[in-house]
Ligand binder design. Structure first.
Ligand code: V47
Length: 382
């Protein structure tokens, strides 16, 4: 029987084994220094294997950050640039199409597109970018624009979130990445990105996307000025929206990289915090099918260990990543498919190539095809 007392490792273990939901107090308890990391890892692994068996998913993807020029000045960001800064860049249509072509030539199934909110670029420029890419490469999935960008487009045009998203879908948008969530709690959000879409608006945009049938991801930027209760608050807000819509696919905890940012005096979070956050995220987000260990930001070794601490996905081959590399990430700029598979196998898991929507990818020669899972082949998910 489950006791309803103060949280302890025993009461939490009972709940996890019985498939019961953890409370905010349980989550906070697990962040206590005296709770052994291995114990939390074992519990998270139980949930991970229940949902995804021994699979570890990856995809073949390429990033496109069409501009780094941004009206916002988030203090954690090393990527952004001012309009007249010599480091500022803006890609033209030709360069954008060339990136799409490179992605296709590399066998990518996904283009991950996010960037700055350029002072002089109107909404039509962003909409057109999706349209030209989709027209040129109709089989390439366009995972584009964070909630922050959608909010900016609505602000520029006076259109509703729904109208913006409907137009983007019509132009070829396939899904949305999880960026821009940072930390929802205003005690932190107002200090690290005060002008940006607040929690309510970020969540409303994802709610609207889900209502339109668009799947989205969610992230949490941790390891800067936030405290454990801000992280738990963040996870609970995501869990509540997922209860309502079921539209989130993957949660990605993002470890803060301080170099070249307004918080460069801070140390980057340790691997122990990375693993604890991964495991607690897996335990708290009982209604998310997937938790991703983004190797670019965790480093390959920690990402491998994370596959036994709740994570079931390692992201992709990732070509042209700039946001983390500008902030001091020392991971490679791209991993070959064989390397990513080897990393997963070394971690004791079975590599499975997925597309953006977690369908199985089957390759024959140069052709890649997304297929539905056979009955019983996939442990969780739709
Ligand atoms: O929103 C920015 C973060 C995010 C820093 O959906 C930083 O599959 C650490 O959201 N240190 C963008 N983090 C990246 C992102 C993402 C990445 C991989 C996969 C997916 C997905 C989404 O990167 C931003 C912000 O939270 N970020 N600067 C930094 N210095």
């Amino acid at each position: 029987m489950i006791r309803s007392t103060q949280p302890s490792l025993e009461t939490i273990r009972d709940k996890v084994e019985a498939g019961q939901r953890l409370s905010a107090d349980d989550g906070l308890f697990l962040y206590g220094d005296d709770v052994p990391l291995n114990e939390i890892g074992q519990l998270a692994n139980l949930v991970r294997e229940r949902k995804n068996g021994n699979h570890a998913y990856y995809n073949i993807n390429t990033h496109l950050n069409p501009t780094n020029i941004c009206v916002y000045r988030c203090i954690f960001c090393a990527f952004r640039s001012d309009l007249r800064d010599p480091h500022g860049y803006l890609m033209d249509d030709e360069a954008i199409i060339a990136r799409g072509q490179e992605a296709v030539d590399c066998g990518a199934t996904e283009l991950h597109i996010v960037g700055g909110l350029h002072h002089q670029k109107k909404y039509d420029w962003y909409l057109n970018l999706i349209r030209i890419l989709h027209e040129a490469f109709p089989r390439l999935h366009l995972k584009a624009w964070t909630g922050v960008e959608i909010e900016w487009f609505a602000h520029m045009t006076g259109k509703t979130y729904r109208e913006i998203l409907e137009e983007m879908i019509e132009a070829g948008l396939g899904s949305m990445p999880g960026g821009g969530a940072e930390i929802f709690h205003p005690e932190v959000r107002d200090r690290i990105c005060e002008h940006k879409s607040d929690a309510g608006r970020w969540l409303e945009i994802h709610r609207t996307a889900h209502a339109l049938g668009l799947r989205t991801n969610a992230t949490m930027l941790y390891g800067h000025i936030e405290k454990p209760y801000h992280r738990i608050d963040h996870l609970i807000r995501l869990r509540e929206l997922q209860d309502e819509t079921g539209g989130f696919q993957t949660f990605i905890p993002l470890a803060f990289h301080p170099e070249n940012t307004g918080l460069s005096h801070l140390k980057k979070p340790s691997s122990l915090i990375d693993l604890r956050t991964m495991a607690i995220s897996r335990l708290m987000l009982d209604n998310f099918d997937h938790v991703k260990a983004y190797w670019i930001m965790l480093g390959i070794g920690t990402a491998q260990v994370a596959l036994s601490y709740g994570a079931d996905d390692i992201d992709g081959t990732v070509r042209h990543e700039l946001i983390y590399h500008d902030a001091g990430a020392t991971t490679p700029e791209v991993l070959g498919v064989e390397k990513i598979r080897q990393i997963i196998i070394e971690a004791g898991r079975e590599p499975v190539e997925r597309d953006t929507l977690y369908r199985k990818v089957v390759r024959e020669g140069d052709a890649a095809e997304s297929q539905a899972w056979e009955v019983g082949e996939r442990v969780a998910g739709r």
